[in-house]
Design a protein around this ligand. Structure first.
Ligand code: ADP
Length: 481
């Protein structure tokens, strides 16, 4: 990468792949066994960095989903609802420990399959996934303390559908509280990132979890729809787009299925003139460019107080120029590949719209790899509140910048969105932080930091960002009646 303010290069530091074990072809993990799909159909999982084929993955149809749900129901009645909560906890601890042991392999596979930088997979995704399992394993035998004076019971079979931005982490988010509370699971990973969920199935098998307690079925949207519609699924846990979230709500309307939906976002990152600017700029970069902007809570709308706007924009551009873009497996890489060619097309469509709308566009001056799905980190400056770019979720490394003068103005602008997943506030004044946190319609508000996650803190949205909370005690409650 060449930049005007850099006259040095990093030496390549590409993580090895010799230690990873991928099968050529993956079946479905149903009732503790690997089975060929009744559909007889497989699809290819590819590496978004170089478009290389990684493995064949089974495409589950309705009959396959039915077999998985029946296995989960049987396991619920025969085993999982009968063993002691402490035993349930032990199984979850065992899965977490095995994941830790295989962390390096999981991180490399995650990076290969999703395009995310190995540093993030290694330092964030995999450790956080393990932490979620450890956290909920600890709750399994303490539900009476979690919900005193209440008789809580599991729901039954949980149908869980996850997206491609944090594949293994989302699987752990979903599976851990479901198992801790005594439910059984049918989980579907996203079609472009099935591999770490399939490795998780191998780990679950190694942990000796009773057959049928966790079933992993791979496939596309129709596989997910079959899980949602299955009459024996009592709880739907979905993370993904608002459009699919709405379809799911239509399907389950009038049934007694419970649901938690964690949907899209267009989160505001607000920076006041009394903020420590260098720290704030680093947080803004992390907020939007972390994981190529493939984060539902990405800080994709920046609001800067007008009197510091020029300075902040200058600092942002300077910092963006030093970002390393390229091979996700390289330990120097800050920004890896976009997850799929479809997603790259979507992001480029929004960048074109932004240019046509007439906002000032700034892109990092660098060469992108010749192959694979890459997008330059992009800023749009002086974006109108009504602009498509400021309203719609892009799910890519694209930041819009607007200015404000007063607190009331920025609260009004930040809340002027159909979404309400997260927000960030950068200021030296605690009083401003508390003022904003109580008025911003967002499920999570970070102060002087961004994109920090912990298994003990609940996560979820307002408005079209969905409902229900995952993480913490709230996450347990969502799997109990
Ligand atoms: P994105 O647009 O970010 O890919 P989606 O909401 O389409 O997000 O996908 C998230 C997950 O939902 C994926 O696992 C996908 O296969 C699944 N999915 C897509 N369509 C449906 C549907 N109609 N019903 C249930 N799940 C679906």
């Amino acid at each position: 990468m060449s930049t005007e303010n850099k006259n040095w290069e990093y030496a390549d530091a590409v993580e090895g792949t010799g230690h990873i074990k991928l099968k050529e072809k993956y079946g479905l993990y149903i009732n503790g066994e690997w089975v060929a799909p009744r559909s007889k159909t497989y699809f290819s999982s590819t590496n978004p960095h170089d478009e290389a084929h990684l493995a064949e993955v089974a495409q589950a149809n309705k009959q396959d989903v039915d077999a998985a749900v029946i296995a989960a129901e049987r396991a619920y009645h025969d085993v999982w609802s009968k063993i002691t909560p402490a035993e349930r906890g032990k199984y979850i601890f065992r899965i977490a420990r095995l994941m830790q042991e295989q962390a390096k392999e999981l991180a490399v596979i995650e990076s290969l399959d999703s395009g995310k930088p190995i540093r993030e997979a290694r330092d964030i995704d995999i450790p956080l996934a393990c932490n979620h399992l450890f956290y909920y394993a600890g709750w399994a035998d303490k539900l009476d303390y979690a919900f005193p004076n209440q008789k809580k019971e599991p729901l039954g079979v949980a149908g869980q559908i996850i997206p491609w931005n944090f594949p293994l982490l989302m699987a752990a988010w979903k599976i851990a509280p479901a198992l801790a509370t005594g439910n059984t699971v049918v989980l579907k990973p996203a079609e472009t990132t099935s591999l770490t969920a399939l490795k998780l199935a191998e780990i679950i098998d190694e942990a000796g979890l009773p057959p049928g307690v966790v079933n992993i079925v791979t496939g596309f949207g129709d596989t997910g729809a079959a899980i949602v519609a299955h009459p024996k699924v009592s709880k739907v846990a979905f993370t993904g787009s608002t459009a699919v979230g709405k379809l799911i709500q239509k399907t389950i309307a009038g049934t007694d299925k419970k649901a938690t939906l964690e949907l899209g976002g267009k989160s505001a990152n607000i920076i006041f003139d009394d903020a420590p600017l260098d720290q704030a700029v680093e947080g803004i970069i992390n907020g939007i460019f972390f994981n190529q902007g493939h984060v539902c809570c990405a800080g994709s709308r920046l609001f800067v107080q007008e009197n510091i706007a020029d300075k902040v924009i200058r600092k942002l551009k300077h910092r963006m120029q030093s970002l390393q873009i390229g091979n996700p497996l390289d330990k120097n890489t800050d920004i890896g590949a976009i997850n799929s060619s479809e997603q790259l097309k979507t992001i480029n469509k929004y960048i074109d719209i932004g240019r046509k709308e007439g906002s000032e566009c700034f892109q990092v001056d660098c060469a992108l790899p010749n192959k694979g799905y890459y997008c330059k980190p992009t800023l749009f400056i002086n974006v109108a509140q009504s602009s498509v770019l400021a309203q719609e979720e892009i799910f890519g490394p694209v930041l819009t910048i607007q200015t404000f003068r007063t607190i009331d103005e920025v609260i009004q602008k930040a809340n002027n969105s159909p979404y309400g997943l997260a927000a960030g506030v950068w200021t030296d004044k605690g009083s401003k932080i508390f003022n904003l946190t109580s008025k911003l319609k967002a499920g999570v508000v970070w102060a002087n930091t961004y994109n920090k996650f912990d298994p003990a803190s609940p996560f979820g949205g307002y408005k079209e960002s969905g409902f229900g909370r995952e993480g913490g005690l709230h996450g347990l409650g969502a799997y109990l009646k």
